[in-house]
Ligand binder design. Structure first.
Ligand SMILES: C[S@@+](CC[C@H](N)C(=O)[O-])C[C@H]1O[C@@H](n2cnc3c(N)ncnc32)[C@H](O)[C@@H]1O
Length: 304
């Protein structure tokens, strides 16, 4: 009896958390003003800080973003870790029929994204009806309860989010992406590879682990031993020292997506989408994956 009651309580908590943090354009805009948040300015490299020290948002579009935009025209789509909504604005510009859910861990990013949308409408770059095409949802992609608010989609874009996860969280995130897609829906991912200039001391260790066949060779509990830093090192770098870090590569990404029922359409290293002395290494800075939810997956590991 008590067990049943506890189960009902968990279900109710899931339901409440699932619906309490989805915002319309108007609600997100009101929250932006109430919290006195402002549109962020972008640096010469087309990037700007996140408010929660989770890397930078980029206004320059990489390979997977562009492929996602092409595929998403007129469809129901979702972006995970979408931050200030740069991809969303482009998706709205290219089609009046696209339905876009912009999601992020930090609701403040979403409120600022609504403000950016308002600005684009004011400048007549977008029509006012674009506001009806969007919803804003605060959610952690690794949380089974929270993802319930996100709906079902034809395509999902995830840009520079996976390196904040542990291997276990990545497995969960990919499982959740599968659940959030309609049959034959596609996921587009841009992730950080180990081939980044500022973290180059880690490359040797990574390649040693690859040679010895370790699973998740790009995972480290701390990057401190691999980075030279001083008081002038930018926050974007020093903030990577606080938590764990997961660099990804073609083999690792392919494996985790295939194990979760996806058919991999493309998976490869690609260069940075912006010029950066700090990050540019040898043209393999990002690893992208484009994968499809097979309508009838075979041999899905860990799926009921
Ligand atoms: C480096 S920024 C990338 C922003 C944007 N996607 C881009 O590529 O320009 C990472 C974003 O992912 C979000 N994020 C980090 N962990 C997340 C998680 N577990 N679930 C959802 N979003 C997450 C952060 O809040 C942040 O806005």
């Amino acid at each position: 009896m008590f067990k049943k009651f506890k189960y009902l309580l968990i279900l109710a908590a899931c339901f409440i958390s699932a619906y309490s943090e989805v915002f319309t354009y108007e609600q997100a805009l009101t929250n932006c003003d109430a919290l006195n948040l402002h549109i962020q300015s972008y640096g010469p490299d087309g990037r700007t800080h996140t408010l929660n020290k989770k890397g930078a948002a980029s206004a320059s579009f990489d390979y997977a973003m562009r492929a996602f935009l092409k595929f998403s025209k007129g469809k129901e789509v979702l972006e995970i870790g979408g931050c200030y909504g740069d991809v969303m604005l482009q998706a709205l510009k290219q089609s009046k029929d696209t339905k876009y859910v912009l999601s992020d861990l930090d609701a403040r990013h979403l409120f600022i994204a609504a403000k950016c949308l308002a600005e684009k409408i004011q400048q007549n770059w977008l029509e006012s009806s674009s506001a009806n095409q969007v919803k804003f949802a605060q959610a952690d992609i690794t949380d089974a309860c929270e993802i319930q608010k996100l709906g079902l989609h034809d395509a999902i874009y995830v840009g520079e989010v996976f390196h904040f996860l542990t291997p276990d969280q990545l497995e969960l995130a990919v499982k959740h992406l599968f659940l959030l897609l309609k049959p034959n829906g596609r996921v587009y991912v841009t992730a950080l590879s180990p081939y980044l200039k500022h973290h180059e001391k880690f490359i040797l260790e990574y390649e040693r682990r690859v040679k010895s066949g370790e699973k998740y060779p790009g995972f480290t509990k701390s990057l401190r031993d691999y980075i030279k830093f001083d008081e002038i090192t930018p926050l974007l770098i020093t903030s990577t020292l606080d938590g764990t870090f997961l660099f990804l590569d073609v083999k690792t990404l392919k494996e985790v997506f295939e194990n979760n029922g996806f058919k991999v359409l493309e998976c490869k290293f690609v260069p940075l989408s912006h010029k950066s002395k700090l990050w540019s290494y040898d043209g393999r800075e990002y690893v992208i994956i484009i994968a499809e939810k097979d309508a009838a997956p075979l041999n899905v590991v860990g799926h009921n």
